[in-house]
Design a protein around this ligand. Sequence first.
Ligand code: KIV
Length: 288
Amino acid sequence: MSTFQLDTATSRATPTPQPLRRLTVPAIRERKRDGVTDEPIVCLTAYTARQAQLLDAHCDVLLVGDSLGQVIYGLPSTLPVTLEMMANHAAAVVRGSYHAVVVVDMPFGSYEASPAAAFASASQLLKASGAAAVKLEGGEAMAETVDFLISRGIPVMGHVGLTPQAVNVLGGYGARGRGEAEATKILRDARMLANAGAFAIVVEGVLEPTAIRVTRDVPCPVIGIGASAQCDGQVLVTDDMLGMFERVPRFVKRYDELAERIGTAAAAYAEEVRARRFPAEDHTYQAR
Ligand code: KIV
């Protein structure tokens, strides 16, 4: 256990309460019983130790999403994200948390070829990070892989609807589940993942009636993003809901305007440096 705890001797670490009581994957799965989830599952993305420290107490699940490609690395999509990036950020999030279940995204190209390839990648991610579970995108085509991983000790969260790693096939990031055929396919995908043993399924960017159908139909918790308040839980990209970006998807509610506030703070600092008013005496070392 100590491998993944924070070194509290370093200046900015938050002490980890003892004993360390983390939620478990089965506890998240059990939130939905007989099709009903009394306590919705709260999930946010986290990519760094400090972000995890700040979010952990409020969340049931911290998702180390491959959205870090855009959010942290400024990449144009999630496609270039590597296993190494995911492992490093997941390890930081595990070190910065003690309560939430940490789930790490499997990056594009690391799992699709075969169940064996998926096991090699997923086991590497969990070994390197201490995360509890992986998430992968895709429905029916991934059901065999999901079963393979779970029967070998790796819990899996599914992801259907708008699956950003398939942007080149989908032709963009528009909402899914518009026509009956597409809605039925999403429903079938979710059912197949649930039957294969996924402990929860993210349903992203689908029309609300489709999200509600999936939530009612699938036995495991369905976690919505741009889907419906009727889902068993919700996930958002933290930087989106904090207002770190000018442009966010339409469904995102902004709970703060951090980008603006950071700009204001940086401008105040810059002004004081240029006027030689920083550091003031109370921010310098004085001889005693
Ligand atoms: O990568 C990510 O952050 C995600 C969420 C948006 C569900 O997959």
